[in-house]
Design a protein around this ligand. Structure first.
Ligand SMILES: Nc1ncnc2c1ncn2[C@@H]1O[C@H](COP(=O)(O)OP(=O)(O)OP(=O)(O)O)[C@@H](O)[C@H]1O
Ligand SMILES: [Mg+2]
Length: 322
């Protein structure tokens, strides 16, 4: 790790230990992001996106467990070896905050919006006046009527408004990084666009780095500076968003792109992705891959570096036995 690295995970693995089996949800994921990036993490349901986010926030609960080989570096510190109390005091909310999946339900309907801000700031010793002032400023930044919304109860707000309240709340302690898990997924397309613009503005104007998790590659293509593709808990491809979208290297990324009209080209070129389960032997994508080679059926690919792009695929490995 260089000291300039903003966030880096190294061999991050998380498993859920069930009574009879172990579900490896995140497998050996190594990636890094620089300050100021909007990193889009994409992958279908069950690919490990939320588990990866929760690992960075040290919010994995039993039966989940972060495997001991895992490392997460953030601004020169290794997060997994920090004392729990230090992590809570120095990192959580203050440096890295979170907009959880299905988060609209995480607002308490019996508390006014402003009380959620007081609650969040409580353990960090800010005065009530300071929190009120900051909350109003943030509500305005996410394009809500600050006075009215601060006094409202969550049930009086629409889904899009609640989501914007949560984004404002995540910014309360001026974090360097906000992790947003499916932050627009339950909203209509117009509201989605509106919120994505707000997120872009936050990134541009106050420089907050963002990890934006979504199963929708067109949202990621629109918003992200960098893209990381997960499949069955493994990193399949990672690189600059524009390059990944224009010239996807992994067959899975290529399939994801050509299954979406808005970025895959004309309607005639749209192809649905072949269905199938992740394989337990060989490449996890082998049952669905349209570039399948015999070699992929039994061997597990490593991550190869292709001109700065990371790709887990034998098409790019210099394996003579292929
Ligand atoms: N609390 C849990 N107990 C057991 N298994 C879990 C738990 N949470 C997640 N998993 C398993 O871990 C894998 C990854 O789940 P995760 O929720 O991280 O995926 P995801 O990509 O966020 O999916 P989605 O798009 O549906 O939110 C899945 O196989 C899931 O069943
Ligand atoms: Mg999820």
């Amino acid at each position: 790790m260089s000291f300039s690295t903003f966030l880096e995970t190294r061999n991050l693995s998380v498993s859920y230990y069930m009574e009879r089996t172990k579900i490896p949800a995140v497998k050996d994921v190594s990636f890094s992001m620089e300050k100021g990036e909007i990193l889009g993490i994409i992958g279908e349901s069950g690919s490990g996106k939320s588990t990866l986010a929760k690992a960075i926030l040290r919010a994995i609960k039993p039966p989940g467990k972060i495997e001991p080989s895992s490392k997460i570096f953030f601004k020169g510190r290794e997060l997994l070896s920090m004392k729990e109390t230090d992590f809570k005091k120095e990192i959580l909310w203050k440096s890295i905050s979170y907009v959880p999946q299905a988060s609209q339900n995480s607002l308490n309907n019996t508390m006014r919006v402003i009380d959620h801000f007081y609650d969040t700031a409580y353990s960090h010793g800010l005065s009530k006046e300071k929190v009120t002032e900051k909350a109003l400023e943030l509500l305005k930044m996410v394009k809500l009527d600050p006075e009215r919304v601060a006094r409202a109860y969550p049930f009086q707000l629409s889904g899009g408004m609640k989501q914007r309240v949560l984004i404002a709340l995540s910014l309360l302690l001026d974090p360097d990084l906000v992790i947003m898990d499916e932050a627009v997924s339950s909203l209509d397309v117009a509201t989605q666009r509106y919120i994505l613009e707000i997120i872009k503005d936050i990134n541009k104007n106050i420089g907050t780095s963002i990890i934006f998790i979504t199963h929708d590659i067109s949202i990621s293509a629109y918003l992200s500076t960098d893209i990381l593709v997960l499949y069955a808990g493994e990193l399949m491809e990672e690189g600059k968003a524009e390059a990944v979208i224009k010239t996807p290297l992994h067959p899975y990324t290529a399939d994801l792109i050509s299954s979406v009209p808005s970025i895959g080209g004309s309607m005639q070129n749209i192809r649905p992705i072949k269905e199938g389960q992740p394989s337990l032997v060989g490449c996890p994508f082998n049952a669905r891959c349209n570039k399948l080679m015999d070699y992929c059926k039994l061997n597990h690919p490593e991550v190869y570096d292709v001109n700065g792009r990371k790709v887990r695929c034998f098409l790019y490995g210099n394996n003579k036995d292929k």
